[in-house]
Write a protein that binds this ligand. Structure first.
Ligand SMILES: Nc1ncnc2c1ncn2[C@@H]1O[C@H](COP(=O)(O)OP(=O)(O)OP(=O)(O)O)[C@@H](O)[C@H]1O
Length: 496
């Protein structure tokens, strides 16, 4: 509904402006040749009323247009978030751009191009109908003007598509360079040439070319309408003399640039809109399928599992329902890759089975991968724990923190993000284990939990993992093999 109101008000705004222009020109001419007794008051009132209608429709169009744009923005963003939640994001720069630029462009559609283009087309139709009503000759000139405008719009549309594609490429290259540049922020002090600030020159160039294309087409439109005007005056016979109505087609041609210019900016916004749609449709995402496996799991089998694109050999093994299993191997032998492939986080060939049932590609609800370097979100300690279970209560959070040796973090609302309390490497590892405990799944895949830990904590962690492994399978990838750990089964990736 707000979209239709926006469209109507934008058309009224344009129409009132055009009629105002023509009517005031007629009024001035009529005053010059007016006979005694001419009623000046009525046309003056009409001019004033048209001006007021134009102003009111302009404000109304902006009000409803922006209201509608904000509603659309919210809907589109939520839709995109919902989509991203079901997928793995492969290129963060592209998704960030899609979230900002493409969504804004799509939300703008009604005020940026639909209303503008519809308004200009409506104006043309009204001009054609009005001129046909007055005289076939006027109609001929307005029809010629319409044909010229349509040709120019089409030409401009084609040209804008080319420039918009270059602008989109330049923008995404700029986004990627900026992303890399900001990621390298901790190394800027080394002063390497590759840390040079990304330049947006190519984006500005494309935007300038877009503006030049509009200006150039407007110039052609102006020149064409002037040529039609000269032709019309030249072909006019004496019968028009003394008739103020003659100013109607004159004003239409004279002001053609003003009332038809919106069509060109609408073209530009339209091609941007098309690009935004393509960009959103082709986001580099990988679908995540979640498979709920039986709980408790009684056995797990990996057959010839090999992570795609990683220089590691395929692995086969049968794992028990509970206890600790160890994946050993030198650095780069593929321990992390294998755990991620088992978890379904990265694509892999081969198969995974739970209780003899093959798992489809993607994540499996029964498994929890504990990263080598757990991510700390920009939020409070509690928010960082609730990632594993949104229903976590504060007493439960305290219990888990205590169990993983983080009991000294007593403020659950302590901010852990940028500028807040920073967790050390060892604390981050314990945060990852706390999340695994909170998620409470029958299989844990734990990546390098012992790296960088002191002997005392390593011992405590072994005890805790041992206790947890009574009711679940814990597959640990580690190049450290603590003596305190009772290992049920182990596989050395270097031996294959
Ligand atoms: N995203 C990736 N794309 C391509 N190759 C990768 C990727 N990640 C890792 N690799 C490569 O896969 C191999 C195995 O890496 P992985 O991290 O699994 O080894 P790892 O045994 O866990 O090593 P570490 O003990 O040092 O953590 C390495 O040669 C690594 O360079």
């Amino acid at each position: 509904m707000p979209a239709l109101i926006t469209l109507t008000l934008a058309s009224v705004h344009l129409l009132a402006g055009l009629i105002l222009l023509i009517f005031s020109a007629w009024f001035i001419a009529a005053c010059a040749i007016a006979v005694p007794g001419f009623n000046y008051l009525l046309p003056a009132v009409v001019v004033r009323a048209l001006a007021l209608i134009r102003i009111a429709a302009g404000y109304g169009y902006l009000y409803f247009g922006h209201q509608h744009m904000l509603q659309r923005l919210g809907r589109l963003r939520l839709g995109l978030f919902a989509r991203l939640q079901q997928q793995r994001i492969l290129d963060r720069a592209a998704s960030t751009e899609a979230m900002s630029d493409a969504i804004d462009t799509l939300a703008n559609a009604w005020i940026a191009w639909i209303s503008q283009l519809a308004g200009s087309v409506l104006m043309l139709l009204i001009a054609l109908i009005t001129s046909a009503f007055y005289s076939p000759a006027w109609f001929g000139f307005i029809a010629l003007l319409s044909a010229m405008v349509i040709l120019l719009w089409l030409h401009h549309y084609r040209q804008s598509r080319g420039i918009a594609a270059q602008r989109a490429d330049a923008r995404s290259a700029f986004e990627q360079r900026s992303e890399r540049y900001f990621q390298a922020a901790p190394l800027w002090h080394l002063g390497a040439a590759s840390f040079q600030m990304p330049s947006a020159d190519k984006v500005w160039d494309a935007e300038l070319r877009e503006q030049h294309a509009i200006n150039w087409h407007l110039l052609l439109l102006q020149a064409g309408s002037m040529a039609l005007l000269i032709l019309m005056i030249w072909m006019q016979d004496d019968s028009a003399q003394g008739h103020a109505e003659f100013l109607i087609p004159v004003m239409l041609l004279l002001a053609a640039r003003d009332w038809l210019a919106n069509g060109f900016s609408a073209n530009q916004a339209w091609v941007r809109d098309q690009h935004a749609n393509t960009q959103l449709a082709s986001l580099p995402l990988q679908p995540l399928t979640r498979k709920t496996a039986p709980d408790p799991v009684t056995s797990m089998q990996i057959k010839e599992l090999k992570p795609d694109g990683r220089p590691v050999a395929p692995v086969s093994m049968t794992l028990p329902a509970s206890g600790i299993c160890l994946l050993r191997g030198s650095s780069g032998s593929g321990k992390s890759s294998l755990l991620q492939a088992i978890a379904g986080l990265i694509p892999a060939s081969g198969s995974r089975e739970m209780d003899g049932i093959p798992l489809p590609n993607g994540l499996c609800d029964a498994m929890r991968y504990v990263e080598q370097f757990p991510q700390c979100l920009n939020g409070t300690l509690l928010e960082n724990l609730k990632v594993a279970n949104p229903d976590l209560t504060e007493p439960e959070a305290f219990n888990v923190l205590h169990a993983v040796g983080l009991g000294y973090l007593t403020d659950l609302h302590d901010w852990l993000g940028v500028g807040g309390r920073r967790l050390s490497g060892g604390e981050l590892k314990r945060l990852g284990l706390a999340r695994a405990k909170i998620a409470d799944r029958p299989v844990w895949l734990v990546d390098e939990p012992f790296e960088g830990l002191d002997q005392e904590y390593m011992h405590a962690l072994c005890q805790w993992l041992q206790a947890q492994a009574q009711q679940r399978l814990i597959l640990i990838a580690s190049h450290i093999e603590p003596t305190a750990l009772r290992i049920h089964q182990s596989l050395n990736l270097d031996d294959r």
